[in-house]
Design a protein around this ligand. Structure first.
Ligand code: DC
Length: 223
């Protein structure tokens, strides 16, 4: 029987994780699991139900959520208990709430277990912050993407400016530095490179260069 492969892609916001993970998953026909979308979905559902973070209710809510992912029309769609939440989870409000939710250690345990179950029967590309360190410390391939804060904020600025012309580079830069700081300094599973992960600094690379770099690393590890 063919062995299932786990490709772990970690790194902060704005390093191109989603684009790289998407192309890698498509190339190898692996399932793409966006773990940030899972924290975002819990934040969204808790907000809609009026449930506070750090309560027993948010843990019960997390347990009750069933996540699935499907690539459709060149997009990774996220479903929670069958409902398509792909667009609803991408607002700035949900981003901020997700960062808080992600500090809750008991909640993380529940989502980590669900992430591991999602990879039970297939090969996956899993993107997040703690995949190579906590979720799959024995992943066949571990990639850690990085970039300077200025480059990351510039990329996010270009993306958001099209949707909202009132956004400023400064506000994006400050929000991003704060979120990275919170993700890296939290007590539970902070964002950090696994010792055996390959770090790729994407600052001076095009997305295509990063993708081809990652594809050749994976090919050399799994062949
Ligand atoms: O990647 P993202 O922006 O969609 O992630 C949303 C939040 O969840 C962000 O604050 C980082 C956090 N997160 C995490 O702590 N662990 C993961 N495996 C994925 C995301």
């Amino acid at each position: 029987m063919k062995k299932n492969i786990v490709v772990a892609i970690d790194g902060p916001a704005g390093v191109g994780k989603s684009s790289v993970s998407f192309q890698v998953a498509k190339h190898f026909d692996y399932m793409l699991i966006d773990t940030g979308a899972m924290y975002r979905s819990v934040a969204l559902k808790a907000f809609n139900l009026g449930i506070e973070n750090n309560t027993p209710e948010i843990l019960e809510l997390s347990k009750s959520l069933n996540f699935s992912f499907k690539i459709e029309n060149n997009k990774n769609m996220v479903f929670v208990n069958g409902e398509d939440v792909s667009t609803l989870i991408r607002t700035e409000t949900v981003s901020k709430m997700a960062t808080d939710v992600a500090k809750n250690g008991d909640l993380r345990k529940i989502l980590v277990e669900k992430q591991q179950r999602l990879a039970d029967n297939c090969s996956v590309v899993m993107e997040g912050r703690d995949i190579g360190t906590v979720v799959f410390p024995n992943a066949e391939v571990k990639i850690f993407l990085s970039a300077t804060p200025e480059v990351k904020a510039e990329r996010r600025f270009k993306e958001l400016k099209e949707k909202d012309p009132t956004v400023t580079f400064k506000s994006i830069f400050e929000a991003m530095v704060l979120r990275d700081k919170q993700d890296s300094e939290r007590a539970e599973s902070p964002l950090k490179k696994a010792d055996d992960a390959l770090e790729i600094d994407t600052s001076d690379k095009t997305i295509d260069e990063v993708i081809s770099n990652v594809l050749s690393v994976i090919n050399s590890r799994i062949s």
